[in-house]
Design a protein around this ligand. Structure first.
Ligand code: 5GP
Ligand code: MN
Length: 333
């Protein structure tokens, strides 16, 4: 049984003290914001609005996906930081300052910084106040524990539920603990409607998103006796379908559940010759370790990186590392 993650009373106090001591606050997260990242940023914004209404908070994030826009305060997300350095900069669901992309400079200039995260690849020199626990299922789970429960309103609860449901693959990954379910239950008591959040943000697909999913599955290839599956979508095809990275979110999950697969890879071409790689493991392979060798990171079972060069070389290199890990794993059996 997995024990619940905890934050100490002292940690809760220092989290709140950092907010109290600040007048201007920036809330930010990683590039290509996913459900947990968007959820964390909107939840913290809602919490500060409710608990510390006199603070001047801003959400600095890349534009949020269409499917998250119904959430309150999603329209407050901006890509333009204020000119003056912020008193406090919250870096959420983000393992290193490089992942802040265009907001890295604003982070560097801020008077104080706080990092709340759960990536195993999070660097321990990152952020002045650090609330980092790789055992947490989601950054939103950590925020829930840092927040004072009575000050979590419906808007905040909805955003927290978004993050927790997405990063647990809708309560089915191995990070779905009793504590995760209890927190989800507490958020439901705040008025969250699970079927609404989950359908709107996870399962619902546009026609074009379904088409590109179909195309990626049709063209997927098995390697190493079926223990690896990969699929690649090139830029010219993305242009034909009119899709961007966020339209291809569920593809990797579908590849992963292919019978016999230990490791799934999905690559799409962000720019000519530059590929975003998503990796998922079914347990025997540590994909975070592989992603880190390419300058990326993530979790043991879900990680990513961006790699320049010949896509076949990239796949061969990753396949080699997967094969090595699988061999090590069988020898340890
Ligand atoms: P995805 O494949 O869904 O983009 O990402 C899976 C996980 O790996 C997420 O937790 C994400 O934050 C992390 N991740 C994806 N790409 C990168 C990257 O380039 N660098 C780092 N450090 N983490 C990444
Ligand atoms: Mn996360």
């Amino acid at each position: 049984m997995t024990s619940p993650i905890t934050v100490t009373t002292q940690e809760v106090q220092s989290f709140h003290q950092a907010i109290r001591d600040a007048e201007t606050i920036a809330i930010s997260g990683h590039t290509n914001p996913d459900g947990d990242c968007v959820g964390s940023c909107l939840a913290l914004y809602a919490y500060i609005k409710n608990r510390y209404p006199d603070k001047k908070a801003e959400i600095l994030l890349e534009p949020v996906g269409e499917r998250f826009r119904f959430l309150k305060y999603a329209d407050r997300v901006t890509q333009t930081p204020g000119e003056e350095p912020y008193d406090l900069f919250f870096c959420l669901d983000c393992s290193d300052s490089g992942r802040l992309a265009r907001f890295g400079e604003t982070f560097e200039k801020a008077r104080h910084t706080v990092c709340v995260d759960h990536h195993v690849s999070n660097q321990d020199t990152f952020g002045e106040y650090r609330f980092v626990n790789a055992e947490a299922a989601a950054t939103c789970q950590m925020l829930y524990l840092l927040f004072e429960e009575p000050h979590i309103d419906f808007e905040c609860a909805q955003a927290l539920y978004l993050g927790i449901s997405h990063d647990t693959g809708i309560f089915k990954h191995s990070n779905t603990t009793r504590q995760v379910m209890e927190i989800a239950g507490a958020l439901i008591e705040k008025g969250v409607r699970p079927e609404f959040i989950i359908d709107e943000t996870f399962y619902k697909k546009t026609y074009i998103q379904n088409q590109i999913l179909g195309r990626a599955l049709m063209e997927s290839i098995l390697l190493l006796d079926g223990s690896i599956i990969f699929s690649v979508i090139k830029k010219k095809d993305m242009e034909i379908y009119g899709v961007d990275g966020s339209d291809m979110d569920g593809i990797i999950d579908q590849l992963r559940v292919t019978e016999g697969v230990e490791c799934a890879l999905f690559l799409y071409e962000k720019e000519e010759g530059l590929f975003k790689v998503s990796m998922r493991s079914n347990g025997r392979v540590n994909v975070s370790e592989i992603a880190q060798t390419f300058g990326g990171g993530g979790h043991i079972k879900a990680a990513g990186c961006t790699v320049a060069g010949d896509v076949r070389d990239t796949i061969n290199n990753i396949a080699y590392m997967v094969e090595y890990q699988l061999k090590q794993d069988s020898e340890n059996d």
